[in-house]
Design a protein around this ligand. Structure first.
Ligand SMILES: *[C@@H]1O[C@H](CO)[C@@H](O)[C@H](O)[C@H]1NC(C)=O
Ligand SMILES: *[C@@H]1O[C@H](CO)[C@@H](O)[C@H](O)[C@H]1NC(C)=O
Length: 537
């Protein structure tokens, strides 16, 4: 029997977040295909070539006063231009700026209609000083002029240039990590490839096998791409084939930089775009694998969802950091062992290596009982229902799924080397127990789909036995934003109702601490009378 010991942190009180225990740095990679075709221009008849399109393109440089806005971060390597409109400055643009916008290692600017007065909501870095741009839709001209602006002001300052919408959420930490792993001197045009809708097939003037990076989830250009494209912006604006902004930018990049949008299949998850199911940025509708992999998520038309998503990802990041803290405590504990010095502080408790046998009951009552469960049923004595078998609650199922998801991610993090990936398929059965000193422990027997790429492809279903521990950490207070129930009346993991009348044992060490004890009792009495009062009035 093969055993793996994985360790996860127990999610905090908020029951909803149980399903999102997460935070491991996910190894993701995007195969970046690079084709350096000879640049060849399109000779077909352009759709639009009126001079009005190019009237705003400054060929000889920008007039005085059209400079960049201030506010930037010194560790910069990313520039993000957000296309917005005047009517969304207060809502969508502000939400972007206050959430992920502030975290960008570099600069974010918003492109709105030309406004001679230079008005913008307080603090928002708006570029509204380019003559000739307005809020017409599709924003082809705005977008092309933005590229020109990015080039003219920032080409040597940033490595990466991104065109974003005002209704996208960008996970800046992931984006940063990803972009630091690729060479911006290469010709790279990254995003989710689009090919045009079926009914437009053949009408967009895309070459055979041609694509473009879709607008919604964001397009990323390396400095080198922008450098090659910028001098030809006005040519591109004069030679439009369609009314689609992203198609036209894609065409311009293909023509002058010679690259397609990334072809990699995983861009579907990484640059997530879903108009159909993921309405309005509602995270409830997202699967855990999307949550873990996405760098950008689109669309989030309502600012509230932008903030909500931000909270979600911030809390995932917190989990991530907590997990690293735990790993450091373990390390510290381990080193103490090597130095033959007893560990101190939290390293003593939190630093313990995960183990199923470290706890030794001294009495039969102290034995921690494992409960058995399958996909649908949970077996074992339950004091509440008295039934030997009961259904597995949704929360429990989500907790198990997300634990397995993390296990799979850890296995896959070495997949580039081992040339195989696994996918969690189904649970056969499992056991779980709560160890008050350690956390939640599972033994899970599950089916995984294994894909090997060694000598030809091979796909097989394997059974895997894993042991997972979700460790307790130090006490934290969190807000519970679940709408249905407050923390005190909710279902516990077993799907049983917990009631107000449960006895809570509080153990207080007293030796030499009489004063503290008195204070504790006083506080306790105060709180208790307060609770009693509030219950009866
Ligand atoms: C960035 O660095 C420059 C000098 O290298 C310094 O003058 C400037 O104040 C720094 N800006 C910020 C925001 O730290
Ligand atoms: C990045 O790419 C450029 C051009 O291909 C090359 O000259 C440079 O050495 C690369 N840098 C790294 C760190 O690989």
């Amino acid at each position: 029997m093969e055993m793996h010991l994985f360790d996860l942190r127990l999610s905090r009180k908020t029951k909803r977040t149980v399903s999102f225990i997460s935070g491991v740095i996910i190894g993701f990679w995007i195969a970046l295909s690079m084709m350096t075709h000879l640049r060849d221009k399109y000779e077909r008849c352009p759709v639009s070539s009126t001079s009005e399109w190019t009237s705003g393109v400054p060929e000889q440089g920008w007039q005085a006063g059209y400079g960049p806005t201030s506010l930037e971060n010194n560790q910069s390597h990313i520039y993000i231009g957000v296309i917005t409109a005047r009517k969304y400055l207060d809502s969508r643009a502000m939400a972007v700026y206050k959430t992920w916008g502030k975290q960008v290692p570099g600069k974010v600017e918003f492109f709105s209609t030309y406004d001679a007065s230079g008005w913008s909501p307080a603090g928002l870095p708006v570029v509204s000083s380019i003559p000739g741009i307005d809020d017409t839709y599709p924003p082809q001209k705005k977008s092309f002029l933005m590229l020109k602006y990015m080039h003219d002001f920032y080409i040597d300052k940033y490595d990466w240039f991104i065109r974003a919408d005002d209704d996208v959420y960008i996970r800046v930490d992931k984006l940063d990590r990803f972009l630091r792993s690729v060479n911006s001197s290469k010709l790279l045009y990254v995003g989710q490839p689009g090919f045009g809708k079926d009914d437009e097939f053949g009408k967009l003037g895309l070459r055979e096998e041609g694509n473009y990076c879709m607008r919604g989830p964001g397009m990323i250009m390396s400095r080198e791409v922008l450098r090659r494209v910028a001098p030809h912006i006005s040519w591109c604006l004069r030679n439009l084939y369609s009314s689609h902004e992203d198609v036209e930018i894609g065409r311009c990049i293909k023509t002058f930089a010679g690259v397609d949008c990334t072809w990699a299949y995983d861009t579907r998850d990484v640059f997530f775009n879903d108009y159909k199911n993921y309405h309005m940025g509602r995270i409830e509708e997202l699967g855990i694998s999307i949550i873990n992999r996405a760098i950008t998520l689109h669309p989030n038309k309502r600012p509230e969802y932008q903030y909500k998503l931000h909270n979600k990802f911030q809390s995932l990041r917190l989990d991530d950091l907590n997990e690293r803290v735990l790993a450091l405590y373990r390390e510290s504990n381990h080193i103490s062992g090597l130095l033959q010095q007893p560990p101190t502080g939290l390293a003593l408790t939190l630093g313990r290596q995960p183990s199923l046998t470290s706890y030794r009951p001294r009495h039969v009552h102290d034995v921690l009982v494992w409960e058995f469960f399958t996909r649908r049923k949970m077996y074992g004595y339950s004091s509440k229902s008295g039934q030997p078998a009961r259904g597995v609650s949704r929360l429990m199922r989500e907790a198990i799924d997300s634990a397995m998801q993390k296990v799979v991610e850890k296995i896959n993090s070495g997949s580039a080397r081992s040339r195989r990936t696994v996918k969690y398929n189904d649970l056969k059965y499992g056991y779980w127990r709560v160890s008050p000193l350690v956390g939640l422990q599972y033994v899970l027997q599950s089916f995984l789909t294994l894909r090997e790429y060694h000598h030809g492809r091979r796909t097989l279903t394997v059974r895997k036995h894993v042991v997972v521990q979700q460790s307790f950490q130090s006490v934290q207070f969190t807000e519970d934003d679940s709408e249905q129930q407050s923390s005190f009346t909710g279902d516990n993991l077993n799907g049983e109702r917990t009631s107000h009348d449960d006895t809570v044992h509080i153990i207080v060490p007293l030796t030499g601490r009489t004063a503290s004890f008195e204070r504790f009792m006083e506080n306790y009495e105060k709180t208790e009378s307060f609770l009693v009062d509030s219950r009866w009035t």
